[in-house]
Design a protein around this ligand. Sequence first.
Ligand code: ADP
Length: 485
Amino acid sequence: MIHSPLLPHLAGYINDRWISADAGKRQDVVNPATGEKLADVPVMGAAETRRAIASAKRALATPADAATRRRWLTAIRDALLEQQQEIGRILCLEHGKPWKEAQGEVQYAASFFDYYAPLAETATAPETLPGKVKDCIWTLYKRPVGVVGLITPWNFPIAMIAKKIAPALAAGCPSLIKPAPDTPLTMIALFQIMADRLDLPKGMVNLVMGDAAQIGGELMHSPDVAMVSFTGSTAVGRLLMQQASPRVKRLGLELGGNAPFIVLDDADLDAAADGLMINKFRGAGQTCVCANRVYVQRGVYDAFAQKLVERVSKLKVGDGMKDGTDIGPLINANGYAKVKGHLADALDKGATLLTGKQPDALNAGDGLFFTPAVIGNVDDTMQCCQEETFGPLIPLISFTDDDEVIRRANDTEFGLAAYVFGKDRARSHRIIAQLHFGHCAYNTGTGPAAIAPFGGMLSSGLGREGGREGLMEYIEVQTVPDGSH
Ligand code: ADP
């Protein structure tokens, strides 16, 4: 069991009060590294969601001024940094990621509050357009869209909510937040911080957890919820779009990816291998931005494969709480089965295992720890290239020229992240210009940052998180032409 000063309440939070499920039902939260129960949390449903929406609606009626909203954000940033160790510990225990990564995630989350704090004042101020048009002076008023529903996944339990709640609070939107069932404890800790440290109006932030379909259904059908921001699977994203249509509800969707990582023949191969290691193995490969298909130009394929195998075979898999762990466990048995299935499918279809374990040898007493694998001789028809693997498996695919790799990299319905490594900047940027991915990194494996808008093209989603664009998702612009001058 987990004991933490940030978790005196294992409960939801509605209208400024810690709340259990109406029916009293609870579910276990398990440490994926050890299989031990950490805690149990309420399983809430439609009725609690309706109450949370009503309380958020009341908060909307008493808006806070911009300076107050800015203060909220800086207070959360400061509290996250002060409590970094403890939040990181909770995160590490319920998610399994290595201690250092968990600590880094808390800092990353704090960077969103830091970035949006001043924008709470400047970006929401009315804006008068220069000159007169149609004999009017035009002013744009920036209003909060209204009550928002924020649904998050388990892979970044604190960062994913930071990307949503920081701009929501900056814009003045009350929210109802639903964490993923595997990782609700980090979210409860964040609510404890907000309850302790902030003077938020009643109902400004609400926490509801439990039956996803019921909670999601209420959020989508309620006329009092203006927008839902969701990060998760494409399947659920599609469902939410259907449910949004009757009310033409605003949606922010950050869905699946199938990221190509392209190594050109003029690339610095060590830099590319190092970039791939950081990119791929963060969160044990359970991130939507991590490389899913690694395309290596034929002339450097063998050399790159060797450098990669050297690095991957040294990785230490283990409990994220232990010193020296590079990769933690996968989140649950379904996640494990998917990665193993992709490995088996590729080997059956002719791929070769360059490092890692054969599928038959996996999971024998390993719990959820998956031995990182690199496979060569991969082609695009294999499952690991068609779907997001979400685990520590790197497929290497060789290609001949730039046109071919552009065509193959783009041969997916997804468009979230891509990576290009090559020394000739003009050549690499010609490639980037033709890739349909929202985040296209050059000579780095880095993911998003608070200052930059991040989001997917095509089936990877709608809207942006981070940057000014991420704030505008929560703002309704009202245009007022004034003819009285
Ligand atoms: P994953 O497969 O990575 O768990 P999901 O899309 O299932 O991705 O989950 C992401 C988030 O969406 C979680 O908080 C989950 O509980 C929630 N979710 C799942 N189904 C629904 C639904 N029908 N409506 C709203 N949220 C949902």
